[in-house]
Design a protein around this ligand. Sequence first.
Ligand code: GRF
Length: 197
Amino acid sequence: MTSTADRVRVAVLISGTGSNMAALIDEGQKPGASFEVVLVVANRPHAGGLAIAEAKEVKALAIDHQPFGADRAAHEAEIQRLLIQHDIQLVALAGYMRVLTPGFVQGWRGRMINIHPSLLPLYPGLDTHARAIAAGDSEGGCTVHQVTEGVDEGEILGQIAVPILHDDTPDSLAQRVLAAEHRLYPQVLSELCRTLD
Ligand code: GRF
């Protein structure tokens, strides 16, 4: 069994609901886990995920981006300060709705991952389910990937495909893909943390 001291210390960055964050916390709290979520940071003070993290006894903090205006780097510097303070080794983005600056991304290269609700390289960006349905695709899905400077472009670490049903709406498809996300993200993060130096 992996002792707590051996587990990779993970921070999860969120903007909203935090259901993927919750799945990661739960996985990291299992006996023998290869990682532990020790910090959750939201860029919105009212992000629902903050209370969920606290209820699971994980430190949860908000760094509101609004007072920083257009100065993304200054906002990220505050986040970076927290990551260093908490000895974070890997950052998992989970519904974090801000594009990160190249400087921040480069600093975490190979140690920052994201989950995206499409089968990348299809449909980077927003409205993935509506776009997949409009294109007549037979399946949607989700992808966990390394974060690089380009949005949703980094190395693919894992994917789950989800069939698109004839009467699917973007919402109904999103719900089934989200359930797949909750399986995929903990699994990929666990595997990655077993192989990190
Ligand atoms: C997920 O669909 C994720 O793939 C996308 O944003 C959504 C976040 O949902 N990046 P939640 O906050 O994890 O519930």
